[in-house]
Design a protein around this ligand. Structure first.
Ligand SMILES: NC(=O)c1ccc[n+]([C@@H]2O[C@H](COP(=O)([O-])OP(=O)(O)OC[C@H]3O[C@@H](n4cnc5c(N)ncnc54)[C@H](O)[C@@H]3O)[C@@H](O)[C@H]2O)c1
Length: 271
């Protein structure tokens, strides 16, 4: 084994969903820089084309709505056929429908978030595991949860939080189920990451308050800082890590996240 963060990634077939999003894009770029062949998946073809256009040749861009469960296998098999191998699934695609209060959550809101975030995760993970087993070389699955899997969110965010809690549970169950096939399943739990999902529609004053809740630098995490542990989990260095959740939050305490409590670390508050 080489003591390199990109150990084992050179030439590896990787599928990244939500690839046109803030975090997904950084993950695509990270894997491409590590020598992997990346299939970028998101809703719009022009958006994924744009993501892979700057990466050089050998990559793939596929438009797919992952709430269409029947389309999962075709997407993954296209990556396998194009690359000759498929060894890593990074699943970031998700929706957050911001609602102020629990009374504002409609049945449609609930269904959309649970369908895209949770239901699609299970069926996409299962489709990936089937292809990994078919190839007989193991595989890596990295799913995306959120600090809200632990806090439960607050007010109108509880539907999103429930979907993200479900992702942790199903990832642990799949990790145990798929371990005999050398398939690892782990989750990343970001804190406040500077992307459209976080900032869209949020007043500047609220964003500044959230930044103050982050002990490391009182700033948002960058998408690249989230991509780094994803590459690690896909590398040879993480061959014996499964069913874990890695927090990437700048030290933000999970129980203060989104609760409106003041941040634990300010320059004038050291204890
Ligand atoms: N940004 C944050 O602060 C933050 C915090 C915690 C967790 N997360 C999680 O990180 C992941 C990435 O978030 P992001 O900040 O990059 O969000 P983003 O909104 O920038 O990107 C999400 C991407 O998913 C795609 N997508 C949505 N529904 C889809 C579907 N049905 N089929 C295919 N693609 C679909 C969107 O088009 C978008 O490009 C998500 O799972 C999110 O829940 C983000």
């Amino acid at each position: 084994m080489s003591w390199n963060i990109a150990s084992g990634l050179d030439g590896k077939g990787v599928v990244v969903t939500g690839a046109a999003g803030g975090i997904g894009r950084a993950i695509v770029e990270g894997f491409a820089a590590a020598g992997a062949r990346v299939c970028a998946v998101d809703l719009r073809q022009d958006a994924v084309d744009e993501v892979v256009s700057g990466l050089g040749s050998g990559h793939l861009a596929i438009a797919a709505d992952l709430s269409d469960l029947g389309g999962h296998e075709a997407v993954l098999r296209r990556a396998l056929d194009t690359f000759g191998s498929f060894g890593v699934l990074v699943h970031t695609a998700a929706v957050l429908l911001r609602r102020y209060d629990i009374d504002d959550i409609t049945e449609e809101d609930w269904d959309r978030q649970l369908d895209v975030n949770l239901k699609a995760t299970f069926f996409l993970n299962r489709a990936a595991a089937r292809l990994f087993r078919e190839q007989g070389r193991g595989g890596r699955i990295i799913n995306f949860t959120s600090q809200s899997w632990w806090t439960g969110g607050f007010g109108g965010a509880v539907a999103y939080a429930a979907s993200k809690g479900g992702i942790v549970s199903l990832s642990r169950g799949l990790a145990r189920t798929l371990a005999p096939y050398d398939i690892t399943v782990n989750t990343i739990a970001p804190g406040f990451v500077d992307t459209q999902m976080l900032v869209a529609g949020v007043p500047k004053q609220q964003l500044e308050e959230w930044k103050r809740m982050v002990p490391l630098g009182q700033r948002f995490t960058t998408p690249q800082e989230v991509a780094a542990p994803v590459l690690f989990l896909a590398s040879d260095l993480a061959s014996h890590i499964t069913s874990t959740t890695i927090n990437v939050t700048g030290g933000q305490l999970v129980y203060s996240a989104l609760s409106g409590e003041p941040g634990p670390a300010r320059a004038d508050r050291r204890y």
